[in-house]
Design a protein around this ligand. Structure first.
Ligand code: UTP
Length: 459
């Protein structure tokens, strides 16, 4: 430890973190340089402040302050609003942003989730499905909509290599921008000390999907987009293959309302469904996570017998650039959430890796929906779950590959039937975005009398 750079040692000692240098002497020169640079980026004072909050209640909202939020129906959109959205898209004012930094631990896939082959007939990856929608959107509006891909230290290398290998799915390279979210170290819950995974390796993980917003600003990308005339950012999660990218009706409403943050919601099907709900909290737009929603609120019904708080979050948001500038600066920056987790770690005292049996560590994450209460004007738009929301989360059961492939196929079968195609029950079908993005395009392209009796990809 003594041959570690003196300034580094002094800094770590000042924060009681000099255990991190155990084993320094055994590290290669390049490892030392990388580790010193990593430690340089750690904000120890901030970690101390976060550690001091560890005893606070994890959820501090008052159920009495929660009232239902007004929800508009996506289908009820007039021609003027639609045109507003189309004009905005045509002027190139909308960028799409896919967040793909998560570790996808529940799915148990050994690569980033975006590489998962989810197309029911094509076997296309999530990234391909999204990129082809961006290409179709760009073709339709005659402008290259910027595609922003947010990755994390856990997913960057594989994601970039995949885009290269797949030739950017046909998009011009310059249309795609990758940027990386930050990471946060895990702390020993009992002592506040940072954990290691090995000598010279901090135990850290992506800083949550809210890290998207800070990374957008901190990397200079937000300012760059603004300079290129982008005024709205369409945010969605990599795991939802049904996302309807930048639909003009939704964009039009957002623009007409001069909204800071517009969110697509799907109605909850049962009180105990594990989805956060949009609601007014103390009179402003916010999300109550399902784990925080008390039974009396989850079960409450309106006069029509519908769930009172049924606006389930799809994590599809349209943010105005001006709003994002505001929430990524100074006092309005998002605050970290604390979670207690079982985190395996390297113990410098014994030189062993410890597999804890109880929650031993504190982890910190930013949540993107914490931006919503900072909006002065917001919008909540209800869409059909079957048409726009089928997140891939689990290895089996609900939200698993089997369920998501079926949801994609069912969606396209409904579109095809509406376009006059006879689709035999249970036969997987898929319509590539570049074949037909909208239902009108689909109707125009499909010859009369088309029948689908074997698995079919329209491309
Ligand atoms: P989830 O919270 O569902 O996490 O992320 P996950 O990584 O996909 O899966 P689990 O929980 O480990 O099983 C929702 C979306 O937010 C992104 C994910 O990539 C996904 O698109 N995300 C999550 C990030 O980009 N960064 C993060 O730090 C966390």
């Amino acid at each position: 430890m003594t041959d570690a750079p003196a300034d580094l040692l002094t800094r770590l000692r000042a924060h009681g973190q000099d255990h991190l240098l155990t084993g320094w002497a055994t590290l290669s020169e390049s490892r030392r340089t990388a580790f010193a640079a990593q430690l340089e980026r750690v904000d120890f004072a901030e970690l101390e402040r976060l550690y001091a909050r560890r005893g606070e209640s994890l959820s501090d909202f008052d159920p009495a302050s929660v009232t239902p939020i007004a929800v508009e129906d996506a289908s009820a959109v007039d021609a003027t609003t639609l045109k507003l959205g189309e004009d905005c898209l045509r002027r190139g004012e909308v960028a799409v942003l896919v967040v793909a930094g998560g570790q996808g631990s529940r799915l148990g896939f050994d690569k980033p989730k975006g590489l998962f082959p989810v197309g029911p007939v094509s076997g296309a990856s999530l990234f391909r499905l999204h990129a082809e929608k961006v290409a179709a959107l760009s073709r339709k509006y005659g402008v290259a909509a910027p595609m922003l891909v947010m990755t994390s230290a856990a997913t960057t290398a594989d994601t970039r290599a995949f885009f290269e290998e797949q030739h950017y799915f046909g998009l011009p390279r310059g249309q795609v921008t990758f940027f990386e979210q930050g990471t946060m170290p895990a702390l020993d819950a009992a002592t506040g000390k940072l954990l290691l995974t090995a000598p010279g390796e901090l135990n850290h993980s992506p800083n949550g999907h809210g890290g998207t917003l800070t990374a957008l600003a901190d990397t200079g990308l937000l300012a760059d987009l603004k300079g290129r005339g982008v005024r709205h950012i369409y945010y969605f999660q990599v795991d939802n293959p049904l996302v309807d990218l930048a639909a003009p009706g939704f964009v039009g409403r957002h623009v007409a309302a001069n909204s800071d943050a517009s969110t697509k919601v799907v109605f909850k099907s049962r009180p105990d469904e594990k989805v956060g709900v949009l609601a007014l909290i103390g009179g402003v737009c916010g999300i109550v996570e399902y784990s925080d929603l008390p039974a009396e609120l989850a079960d409450a019904r309106d006069a029509d017998g519908e769930l009172l708080h049924r606006a389930g979050n799809t994590a599809i948001h349209l943010f105005s650039v001006a709003f994002l500038e505001r929430v990524t600066q100074g006092a309005e920056r998002l605050a970290f959430h604390l979670a207690r987790k079982k985190v395996p770690y390297y113990d410098p005292a014994t030189g062993e890796t410890v597999q804890p049996t109880v929650e031993n560590a504190l982890k910190f994450e930013l949540f993107v929906f914490d931006a919503l209460p900072l909006a002065e004007r917001w919008l909540t738009v209800r869409v059909n779950r079957e048409d726009e929301f089928a997140p891939l989360k689990n290895a089996t059961g609900a939200d698993s590959p089997v369920a998501v492939r079926a949801a994609i196929s069912d969606f396209h079968a409904r579109r095809l039937r509406a376009a006059g195609v006879e689709v035999a029950g249970g036969v997987p079908v898929e319509v590539a975005a570049l074949f037909a993005l909208s239902d009108a395009e689909l109707r125009a392209k499909i010859p009369a009398g088309t029948r689908v009796v074997v698995p079919t990809l329209f491309e």
